[in-house]
Ligand binder design. Structure first.
Ligand code: XIL
Length: 457
């Protein structure tokens, strides 16, 4: 009897929490929502091996809802007892479920005896007892799972909770780039640095026991204006770069575990180095020089070369490998980052695998460093339709499967380039609406998230 009362109390409390947190995420004032507007279904809470709690945002002052639960996303059939189940709350426990099964739920509001439209559909994947606590990081037993972050998001409680639950490695999306840190050079020749953003991220990672991948010491897209217009000689320019690399690497010695030393040095579809300020000022050996500066500053930190399209741009891959081989000869490189800005239908799993093997063959660590999967690269959809969500899930599964199959000693981390779809850089950069990440804009886990997990089962 007592146990039932406590369970009832806990469930009511969980509903209250769901209600409060859904309101924080959305910022909506429910009282002003039109009565016939469909309620917004939220991510399930309290997922267990045989039940979960469905939750949604209050749709009006009225408190009656109808809940549907199905094993298929189009609700062709219903789970027994959940075909329009009446609920007088903003959440409901759905029980007697089967392990290793996916369920979908949606709700309607009942207002003065009339029904609103259906809410959005939420997917819940019920795991077996032994892995009911499965998260990205717990599923990935042999490598780190990273996420790109910025200072605002790590200080937001809702993001932070998910970072800590799902990930054990961080990359600063922008805060550790040169433009963010290097502010100028004073009359005495002293460098002026702003460490506030980079420190915030490093301190957060340290406080939460997470790995930090430093990104990135040298990148042609992050050169401060004063350096772009530097009036000194080439030797003086090189000395500035040496001091910059030394200062940054020294500051985070023992905290940052690895650095992308040079990012994107190779031209697209070409065997040449990209034409950058660094190439012009420091000569064609500039990549090696930068690796040497980083190595001199910290003998233990791991040094990476990072680039995009290396998987399928064969000319670019060839010249990157030549550059990497040269760094290997001088014992200056520990690993290679394949940025994984890819599409839902490209590149294929076998192409990803053979490009990855090129790094393994060279006995270097592999970092899949910036995973996002575009579902709308050609601008042909204006909604995130189901078959694209499933194709994205398959592509994420391909990526994680290839990564997980490399020998453990060459694994390092698989990093996703942001947490939720609407935070992604993809829309700004390419213009099309897109949904490239593992969580949707309401922080629900997507099919793509499940693709990540299922590749590791
Ligand atoms: C991007 C960030 O995501 C954006 O916020 C920023 O405006 C530009 O840079 N390759 C990289 C990353 O190595 O640093 C880039 O990040 C994405 C492409």
């Amino acid at each position: 009897m007592k146990k039932i009362k406590i369970t009832y109390f806990l469930k009511t409390f969980a509903c209250l929490l769901a209600f409060i947190s859904s309101d924080i995420v959305s910022g909506n004032n429910f009282a002003t929502i039109n009565e016939f507007v469909a309620p917004v279904a939220k991510q399930a809470i309290n997922e267990k091996h045989n039940e979960f709690t469905a939750s949604w945002q209050q749709a009006s002052a009225n408190n009656e809802y109808q809940l549907d639960v199905s094993r298929n996303s189009s609700f062709l059939t219903y789970v027994n007892g959940y075909n329009g189940k009446i609920v007088n709350d903003v959440c409901a426990v759905v029980s007697n479920l089967e392990e290793n099964t996916e369920y979908y739920y949606r709700v309607r509001a009942v207002v003065d005896g009339k029904l609103s439209k259906n809410s959005n559909v939420i997917l819940v994947s019920i795991q077996a007892t032994f892995n009911k606590e499965l998260t990205l990081k717990s599923a990935a037993t042999d490598f780190l799972v990273g996420v790109a972050v910025n200072p605002n998001r790590i200080s937001n409680a809702i993001y932070s909770e998910i970072y800590q639950r799902e990930f054990n490695s961080l990359t600063a999306e922008n805060a550790m780039k040169m433009k963010s840190i290097f502010q100028g050079i004073d009359n005495m020749g002293n460098h002026i640095y702003d460490w506030s953003k980079s420190d915030a991220i490093v301190n957060y990672a340290e406080a939460n026991d997470m790995n930090i991948h430093g990104h990135t010491l040298i990148w042609h897209e992050s050169i401060p204006d004063f350096l772009q217009n530097f009036s000194g000689t080439n030797d003086q320019f090189q000395a500035v770069i040496e001091t910059y690399i030394t200062d940054v690497v020294n500051r985070y010695q023992g905290k940052v575990d690895s650095w992308d030393v040079v990012n994107e040095a190779i031209d697209d579809n070409s065997v040449s180095l990209r034409n950058t300020l660094f190439l012009n000022r420091m000569g064609k050996d500039y990549v090696k020089k930068c690796f040497q500066f980083a190595r001199n500053a910290d003998a233990n930190v791991m040094l990476f070369y990072n680039d995009y399209n290396l998987i399928f741009d064969s000319k670019k891959q060839k010249s990157a490998l030549a550059l990497i081989d040269d760094l290997i000869k001088s014992d200056l490189i520990d690993g290679v980052g394949y940025q994984m800005h890819i599409n839902y239908d490209f590149p294929s799993k076998s192409v990803i695998r053979s490009a990855t093997n090129q790094i393994v063959k060279r006995q270097l660590l592999v970092h899949f460093s910036e995973l996002d999967v575009k579902v709308n690269p050609n601008g042909d959809i204006d909604q995130f339709i189901k078959n694209r969500a499933l194709a994205q899930r398959n592509k994420v599964n391909d990526v994680v499967t290839v990564y997980n199959n490399i020998p453990n000693k060459f694994k390092y981390a698989l990093t996703v380039w942001g947490l939720k779809d609407d935070d992604s850089w993809i829309m700004q950069r390419y213009g099309n609406m897109d949904w490239p990440l593992l969580f949707d804009s309401s922080l629900n886990k997507k099919e793509a998230y499940l693709g990540f997990i299922e590749a590791l089962k």
